[in-house]
Design a protein around this ligand. Structure first.
Ligand SMILES: Nc1ncnc2c1ncn2[C@@H]1O[C@H](COP(=O)(O)O)[C@@H](O)[C@H]1O
Ligand SMILES: O=P(O)(O)OC[C@H]1O[C@](O)(COP(=O)(O)O)[C@@H](O)[C@@H]1O
Ligand SMILES: [Mg+2]
Length: 475
């Protein structure tokens, strides 16, 4: 490559911001296999509609099922997602026949999935000092999907001692495998439902998330005792996957039990190291009761929060701001997202950084006295857009130099507009105690895939933040 070209200079500058070699991180809880099917034309959707009956699908479409209990629920929610072009994830009933029905699709590829799986591989490739990735189950196939680097380890307890070994040396022969089905669709796919003529407005993904009864979102007792020791070895942590908690399990345990455990995990991790920064990656949580529990019990223990536009809309609606939430889900206007962010930060003063990624912009809000400058925050967001564009283009980021591909994707056309919105908001009296920083996305027109882009953005921005904070605190 010509090292005197602008692209290379930008790449070098980006690399200066991408020095994660001073950061050790703990990740919990969700890892799975993403089985991905690409819908490339409306014909397949039209066939599904004909096969399962248009009237029944329309009825379900209007009902808006929050759990997939049969093929019609699936088709109805898939159509919703495709019509809006918004990211969506719906849990699947844990039922053998339904799983068999989903197995009948021809999946185009299998990939590492789940916030922990995606983030662990990314941060390992980006040369983070140490990545300790935990999930309650680790089968051989799952372990093989982790990148085989020395900086990526899985925690176990052997003879009463904490042992950090590569995932491939840590799997358990009888552990089950969790598979989520991902339905990716392109922009411009056309089909009809009743009198609706649907054209997908943008490429996006619809996730059918498995919720096996056997999988419990928790850190097993022996390892839990070691959390204070893990805490001493890390600078930060990302917790995710709470959307996988079920209200009730076959042995009578309930969500209350698992949320209590989850709260304990966070306290234990911080027990001997109060400086750790902890990020929550929010997700699509269909069940309102579970969403409330995540908000009321987990959010107050977090330092940083990351979410997409639908998730911020759902979060703020659940906090009682229904109208604002609906507006954000529909239009994702920056002014509304900033208003919601302020409400969230005021309600949860423990939050020092809030990050929202939308199709057209990525935004952070923090308190005015945050030690990082606006310029530094902007650079972190810039890095996040390059990571997202690279993954959107290639499907996977396999090496640092792949980021050159992301750099060739220009910012979208709303750069000046976003800049003036942020400048105006920042002048408003009500935001005088906050820093608001935004950058336009580098939108890939025809992405290879979109699943995992949010995890990529959030982890890149969060670790970039912690890394710069660590440097700033040294001075
Ligand atoms: N086609 C795309 N090119 C670049 N970046 C994209 C593209 N589509 C989506 N994005 C970004 O990824 C997040 C998705 O976040 P989720 O948490 O996975 O919903 C989106 O907000 C864009 O910033
Ligand atoms: O809720 P679950 O079953 O843990 O699954 C989370 C899903 O979200 C993902 O982590 C992707 O998230 P994003 O697209 O928001 O980055 C998938 O890989 C995974 O299938
Ligand atoms: Mg996401």
């Amino acid at each position: 490559m010509d090292t005197s070209c602008n692209e290379y200079k930008e790449y070098r500058e980006c690399m200066d911001y991408l020095d994660f070699s001073n950061i050790s991180i703990f990740l919990a809880y969700n890892v799975n296999v993403d089985a991905i099917k690409y819908y490339t034309s409306g014909k397949e959707i039209q066939n599904l509609i004909e096969r399962y009956g248009e009237d029944d699908i329309i009825e379900k479409y209007n009902e808006y099922p929050r759990k997939i209990c049969n093929p019609i629920d699936y088709i109805a929610r898939l159509i919703h997602a495709m019509a809006n072009g918004k990211p969506a994830e719906v849990p699947l009933l844990d039922d053998e026949n339904l799983n068999k029905w989903f197995d009948n699709f021809k999946y185009d590829e299998e990939r590492m999935g789940g916030q922990v799986g995606i983030i662990a591989n990314l941060l390992s490739i980006l040369r983070t000092k140490k990545v300790i990735a935990y999930s309650p189950i680790l089968s051989k196939k799952q372990a093989e999907m982790f990148v085989d680097n020395d900086n990526l380890v899985y925690p176990s307890v052997v003879d009463g001692n904490l042992v950090l070994k590569k995932p491939i040396e840590s799997y358990k022969e009888n552990d089950p495998l969790k598979i989520n089905r991902i339905f990716e669709y392109k922009e411009g796919i056309e089909f009809k439902l009743g009198d609706k003529h649907i054209i997908t407005p943008i490429a996006n993904r619809f996730i059918v998330a498995s919720r096996p009864d056997k999988l419990r979102l928790e850190i097993k007792e022996d390892l839990k005792e070691k959390l204070p020791e893990i805490g001493e070895q890390i600078d930060c942590a990302i917790f995710s996957g709470y959307q996988g908690i079920k209200e009730k399990y076959s042995d009578g345990k309930t969500y209350e039990y698992y949320f209590t455990k989850a709260e304990e995990d966070l306290d234990l991790l911080r027990q001997k190291n109060k400086k750790i920064k902890i990020h929550l990656e929010f997700a699509s949580i269909q069940n309102i009761n579970l969403r409330k529990n995540i908000i009321n019990r987990i959010l107050p223990k977090m330092d940083c929060l990351g979410m997409d536009e639908t998730e911020v809309g759902n979060l703020i609606s659940t906090m009682g701001y229904e109208e604002l939430g609906q507006k954000i889900i529909k239009d994702s206007k920056m002014e509304d997202v900033v208003e919601a962010s302020k409400i969230i930060m005021e309600t949860y003063p423990n939050l020092e950084l809030l990050q929202v990624h939308t199709l057209y912009y990525i935004l952070v809000m923090c308190k005015k006295d945050n030690p990082l400058t606006t310029k530094q925050l902007k650079k972190i967001l810039e890095l996040a857009t390059i990571l997202a564009a690279t993954k959107a283009k290639l499907g996977e980021i396999s090496k640092v130099s792949d980021l050159l591909k992301g750099l060739t994707v220009p910012h979208n056309k709303y750069n000046e507009l976003f800049k003036s919105i942020v400048d105006n908001l920042q002048k408003e009296e009500k935001y005088k105690n906050y820093k608001i920083v935004a950058t336009p996305s580098r939108l890939v027109d025809v992405p290879k895939s979109t699943v995992g882009l949010g995890d990529t953005i959030s982890s890149g921005a969060f670790v970039g933040y912690v890394s710069l904070l660590k440097e700033a605190n040294k001075k």
